[in-house]
Design a binder for this molecule. Sequence first.
Ligand SMILES: [Zn+2]
Length: 125
Amino acid sequence: MVDDPQEQREIRAARRQSRGREVNETVVEMKAAGMLVIVCECADDACADTFEITPRDYEVIRHQPTHFAVRHGHVYPEVERVVAEHDEYVVVEKMRKAAEVAAQADPRRTFVTAEDADTDIDQTG
Ligand SMILES: [Zn+2]
């Protein structure tokens, strides 16, 4: 055990950075293999797990603003339900209020509110 606080800080920093570098190495390898490495999208604030996914599978999930890719075991049945299972991850769908919040927070959503959409619907077509 190291007694010097400065040395302890140095060791902690080096370990943290080595973990980050390890994740990045995986990201680079997977990119070369045509895969994405994404962070688990589960409801746990502290979760920073990563897993591999094909770009196509990720696009399919992103097509639904209420769908999220999470690790196995990172499902919260009281607020979401599993809609698809894969080797590395499962796809969950948010329900009720959670679905509304998720849809509104979607960085890819178009800037049309539900109210606008209602009034813009062409009833003649
Ligand atoms: Zn997670």
